[in-house]
Structure formats: C-alpha cells, structure tokens
Write a protein that binds this ligand. Structure first.
Ligand code: PLP
Length: 439
C-alpha cells in the first residue's frame, strides 16, 4: 500500500524514473512519448541540459530569499524578459507557484484595483460555464467544471457564469461567427447589468479552452466584443492562459491571435516547462499604477512568491524558447499535426471534431459521428483511450466534462515544442490504435 495520497489508485500507476527529450521512462524501463507534456506543461521536454544547469547553479548560489526582504536576480530578469515580449502596458509580473495561485492573485489584484479607485462595490466575478481555472477554492468557485466543483459547492463563493464560446455546440442554426459573438457579448452585458453596474470586478476566460473541452478556440471577433463590453462597464478582463499560453498555440501569448490585450494575464505551465513549479500574473500598468499610487502595496503574498530557483528555471526555459525560435516552430508543427490528425481521424466513425491551435490539439470522441451523439459517461471513453495509449507508449491528456448539460469526451495532445515531425506522426498513429482498441 502506497503512502502517497494524491489520488485513489483505481489503476496502480507506473513509477516515472527518468525523462529525456520528448520521452519519459518508467521503473520497468518502458518508454513513453510525452504527447501531452503532462498537462501541457513540458514545452521543452525533459532533461534539457541548459535548464538543468541553470537550476543547479541557482540552487547553489541562492535557493531562497523571502520577498519581504529581497528581490532576486532571476526574478528581476524573468520579469524583464516577459515585459519585453508582451504588448506595451502589460509589463508587470507577479510570480507564484501554480496556475491556481495565478488566478487567485489576478482576482485579488482586480478587486484591489477597484477599491483603490473608490469603487469598493465591485465584488462580482463573471466567468464562463465551460472553464477550468484551478482547484483552490477561489479559482474553483469561478470555474465551470461541474465534476470538480460538486463536492465543494458549499465552500464556494457565489458564481456568475455566462455561456462559453464553443461554436460546434453553441452556435445556433444559420448564425454567422459575427452574430454568434455578438449574442455572447450581449449575454455578458446583460449579466453585468443584472448584477448591477459598478458591482462587477472582472470577467475571466481561458483564451483557448483546455481541460474542460479540449482546445476550443473562440470564433473570430468574440474577444474584441467581450473587451468592448468590459470597457463599457469598467470591468477588468482577465485572460487565463495557464494552459494555452507561453507559445503553446503558436504565438507567444494566445491572445495575440484575438486582437485584444487583457488587463491581467495568468500564466503557469509552459512558463517553467515543469522544471520548477511557477506561475505568474502579468498586470497592465493601469492596475499597478492604481495600487502603487493608492495604498502603495498589493495586499497579497505567499511564502514562495518570486522563488529564485523557480524563476531561474523559467528564465532558462524562456531563453531557450526564444533563442531556438520555438514559438514559430510550434506554429509550423501545429499545422502539420492538424493535417495529420485530419488524415487519420477525418473519417473516423467515433471522432466528431478535430480542433486546436499550434501544438494544442484535441479530438472529440463521439458515439456517432453524423449526429455528434456523445458516449455514455459511464463508459469513461476518454480515460480508457488514455490508458490504451499509455500501454502503447503514448501519453495524452483525457478530458471528459459536461458542457452546458452536454457530455463530452476529448483527448488532448500538447507535445513538447522540440518534438520532431516523425515523433508527432507516430503519436497520431499510437492514438489511432488506442482509440480503435477502445471503441
Ligand atoms: N487555469 C487553467 C486554464 C488550467 O488549465 C489549470 C490547470 O490545469 C489551472 C488554471 C490551474 O493550474 P494549477 O493546476 O497549476 O493550479
């Protein structure tokens, strides 16, 4: 009996002992292609020598210094690097240890921004039903993943959800992209008005939805309309790019493909690539100025804010990503992966949709392709495909959720940016074999 209590061992887990490039190895010597980078984390793969050296050097030089006493070189350099690559105005970084902490931090920053400006009545947060923003109580409260929320509902703050932008399931017959986007923006505006103007602090959305629905990008024009509604009502726009950010979708930030810039941006997974736990909030000047020019200090903090080793790891990861032109590579590999998925699954009787951006791609699994009828949830098709793939040496990320009352099974691929075309081709083959073995 294991003494680890991470999850109920319905199926005993293999022990991972080593990582190299795009592969993980278990204690029995089996090799797995990391086709999902864990959960869209390992953007540089495993054991990258420059990142390993940077982490080792930082641990030796300075492992920890509390931010109430000191700043640190890697934290300062990482903040400079992120500011330099982000649109002007989104130039201030707050470093935390996870995606959930990044979301919690952004919610609190938004709240303090309003209070500093004399709008203490702004307390509501609006988010979307199809979303996941983390498992800590504040992040869980705004998320829309029914399964993850259920047990903790009594502990969660009141949630204000609007519809997701998911054209495949949400667009009405005959509706154009523009009409659909307009309808969703109207819905947000009505929600803000119903809650009471000047009572809403922020609207939160994943730029490209990850875990709950499998790589769902918005229709063109959605975010600019949402942005306009937020501006009209003094509501801050928080984009959660914990999963979809840091090059994963083929641009440095996923929002670059949407024609908007958020007030607060949440980052995590690809920031440190799994070499250390790290997340960040990038904040717009107007938010920081209101706080610094008001009470002077952001009322927040964790023991490991700006952890030097975590920042050194992220700095090394991001330096390699930039030097090796990996974001452009993601865009190019993504086009190939999309084509490969379409040729393998385009006619598959149990694949209802193939979607995504860059190296963030998903297939939606359905009982019947023509009608889009989902599988019976009890079958846990996504989880079985994941296991079958792992048996075949491929790691892929399963997602099964209920979206606006409709059940969905998805499998997500989010491979390292350093994967070769041959490795991606093979991953698609293994996924096909796993799917055919299950359904
Ligand atoms: N936001 C999004 C979009 C995520 O996908 C996740 C994790 O999957 C989180 C937030 C929470 O991040 P973490 O698990 O690092 O707390």
């Amino acid at each position: 009996m294991t003494h680890i209590f991470h999850r109920t061992p319905r199926v005993p887990l293999q022990t991972a002992v080593r990582g190299e490039g795009c592969y993980l190895f278990d204690a029995d010597g089996r090799r797995y292609f990391d086709g999902s980078g864990g959960a869209a984390v390992s953007c540089l793969g495993h054991g990258h020598p420059e990142v390993v050296a940077a982490v080792a050097a930082q641990v030796q030089r300075l492992a920890y210094a509390h931010t109430s006493f000191f700043t640190s070189e890697p934290a300062e350099q990482l903040a400079d690097l992120l500011a330099g690559r982000s649109p002007a105005g989104l130039a201030h970084a707050y470093f935390v240890s996870s995606g959930s902490e990044a979301v919690e931090t952004a919610l609190k920053m938004a709240r303090q921004y309003h209070v500093e400006r004399g709008e203490a009545g702004r307390r509501h947060v609006v988010s979307r039903r199809q979303s996941y923003h983390g498992n800590t109580l504040g992040a869980l409260a705004i998320g829309g993943n029914a399964g993850r929320r259920a047990l903790y509902e009594p502990l969660l703050a009141e949630a204000h959800h609007v519809s997701p932008c998911f054209a495949r399931h949400g667009r009405q017959a005959g509706e154009s992209d523009a009409q659909y986007a307009e309808r969703l923006a109207d819905e947000l505006e009505q929600k803000i008005l119903a809650l009471g103007p000047r009572t809403v602090s922020a609207f939160v959305a994943e730029t490209v939805v990850g875990a709950t629905a499998g790589a769902v990008a918005p229709v063109p024009g959605y975010f600019p309309r949402i942005r306009a509604v937020c501006e009209r009502h003094g509501v801050l726009l928080i984009l959660d790019e914990v999963m979809s950010g840091m090059g994963r979708t083929g641009t440095y930030h996923a929002f670059e493909q949407e024609g908007v810039v958020p007030d607060l941006l949440c980052l995590a997974k690809g920031l440190g690539g799994g070499y250390q736990p790290i997340g960040a909030v990038l904040a717009a000047a107007r938010v920081v100025d209101a706080i610094v020019g008001g009470s002077g200090a952001f009322q927040h903090g964790h023991t490991y804010v700006g952890h030097p080793v975590a920042c050194a790891a992220a700095l090394a990861v991001q330096t390699v990503v930039e030097r090796d032109g990996l974001v452009a590579r993601v865009a190019e590999l993504g086009r190939g992966l999309d084509a490969r998925l379409r040729s393998r699954f385009g006619d598959h009787p149990h694949v209802g949709d193939i979607r995504g951006r860059g190296l963030f791609q998903a297939i939606e699994l359905v009982r019947e392709r023509d009608t889009g009828e989902p599988f019976d949830p009890a079958l846990q098709v996504h989880a079985r495909v994941k296991r079958a793939a792992q048996e075949r040496g491929l790691l892929c990320y399963p997602a099964g959720g209920t979206i606006d009352g409709r059940r969905g099974d998805h499998v997500l691929l989010a491979p390292p940016y350093i994967a070769s075309v041959g490795q991606l081709d093979e991953a698609v083959e293994r996924l096909g074999e796993a799917l055919d073995a299950v359904v």
